[in-house]
Write a protein that binds this ligand. Structure first.
Ligand SMILES: Cc1ncc(COP(=O)(O)O)c(C=O)c1O
Length: 413
């Protein structure tokens, strides 16, 4: 029997689909499964003591407690926006609170930007592959996706330019250790992308939740920082096209739901109205607590996370290098949480997941979920943010053995 459809659903919402792999991923909660599917921060590293102490402090002060449980302004808690402005300044982005809107995580920022910028049928450019949550939410605004493939320095410039010629509304990307592929856009590529964006007048939506999770090599300036240098230079066209999306989810905790947009006030002022229409404002107490712990613990958290995740990444890379059949390629991310596998043609990531869960008790996310168009089915995303190094090693060894067998039987067939 076909699924019933509620009468009158908008076209954008009719397009929303539960992922085909969702049911399979439910199985991975079983303790015997070694899962590389998650892509979430390790809860053992959440700054729980600092968070608890901060809630207590607010509650213990009657004046603060009254403010904390009251409605507040849609732009976001002023001291938190001041902290974000100071934080961005340390990374070469000169800004002020009038350029910053607090959102319910980076996810709401992406949603608002889609809603503010896309008319049905507009073109938008995304990387191929791209963050699933962005593809899904943009889809509800019915754009035409233009997907641009990447090499290990980021998107391919000739294809990006061809896409920009179609007058898209924006180019959405995650420049550092992107979800899902782990690729970082190089400095040279960022400069060239920025130049193209200004040449064709295309906004860049720069989504940077993983920026601090760098395990080696120098930090690369963000598009927002590079654009400021460009705007101060002699060739500037005076337009601010970069929209920077930040988040505290990966460094502090996702549960506070604190993200932000840093952009030109002409855009921020409209987004504030969207925020008002959508949910009025982010939780006042959560913003106060986030501000408190960001001030006290952000730098320390970054150090802890880098140490823990770097070890896990290294273990996963070593095991992949040692055990994977040579026909399978994988990325070597400088940071973040993800490694991307590409199998020989004919090996389907979703089918492999079903076998891996059943036969070897290992899980990952099939890569096809991460494409807006032209999905490559012979791909997979592995996350290394959770799990003991020994289990990561064990999981990769099992997955590699399954792949060896599969390739052997494919060759024999
Ligand atoms: C690239 C990317 N953007 C945005 C988000 C959403 O983050 P937040 O918790 O800040 O909403 C995620 C979460 O995994 C992500 O990977």
């Amino acid at each position: 029997m076909s699924e019933s459809v509620f009468p009158g659903l908008s076209l954008g919402v009719q397009e929303l689909r539960a992922s085909e792999i969702r049911e399979l991923l439910k199985l991975i909660a079983r303790p015997e499964i070694i899962s590389f599917a998650g892509g979430i921060p390790d809860p053992a590293i959440f700054p729980l003591e600092a968070i608890g102490a901060s809630y207590q402090r607010v509650l213990a002060d009657p004046a603060q407690a009254k403010e904390a449980f009251q409605y507040s302004i849609s732009e976001g808690y002023v001291p938190l926006r001041e902290w974000i402005a100071g934080y961005l300044k340390t990374h070469g982005i000169e800004t002020g609170i009038e350029r910053i809107l607090i959102t319910s995580g980076a996810q709401q920022a992406i949603d608002f930007l889609g809603r503010a910028l896309i008319n049905p049928g507009d073109s938008v450019v995304v990387t191929s592959p791209s963050y699933l949550g962005a593809i899904q939410v943009f889809n509800t605004y019915q754009p035409k996706f233009l997907s641009v493939p990447m090499d290990n320095e980021g998107v391919l410039l000739d294809q990006l330019e061809a896409a920009f010629k179609q007058k898209p509304k924006f180019f959405y990307l995650t420049p550092d250790f992107c979800n899902p592929a782990g690729i970082t856009t190089s400095l040279a590529r960022r400069e060239a992308i920025l130049e193209l964006a200004h040449q064709y007048g295309v906004a860049i939506l720069e989504d940077s939740p993983y920026e601090e999770l760098r395990y080696e090599n120098q930090r690369i300036p963000s598009f927002a920082a590079l654009e400021q240098r460009y705007l101060a230079g002699p060739d500037s066209d005076g337009r601010r096209l970069v929209v920077y999306i930040g988040s505290l989810s990966k460094v502090l905790t996702p549960a506070l739901r604190i993200g932000w947009i840093n952009a030109d006030p002409s855009l921020i002022n409209k987004l504030v109205l969207l925020k008002q229409a959508s949910d009025l404002h982010c939780s006042t107490i959560n913003q106060m607590v986030a501000c408190d712990i960001a001030k006290a613990s952000h730098a320390g958290q970054v150090q802890k996370l880098r140490k823990a995740y770097k070890e896990r990444r290294d273990v996963m890379l070593e095991a992949l290098e040692r055990c994977l059949p040579k026909e399978v390629s994988f990325t070597r991310p400088d940071g973040g949480m993800f490694i991307w596998l590409e199998f020989p043609e004919g090996i389907d990531g979703a089918e492999l997941l079903a076998e891996a869960v059943k036969d070897t008790h290992v899980a990952f996310v099939p890569g096809s979920a991460f494409y807006a168009t032209d999905a490559k089915r012979n791909t997979a995303r592995l996350s290394f943010s959770l799990g003991e190094p020994a289990r990561i090693r064990e999981g990769i060894e099992r997955l590699a053995a399954l792949l060896q067998n599969k390739l052997r039987s494919n060759r024999a067939a």
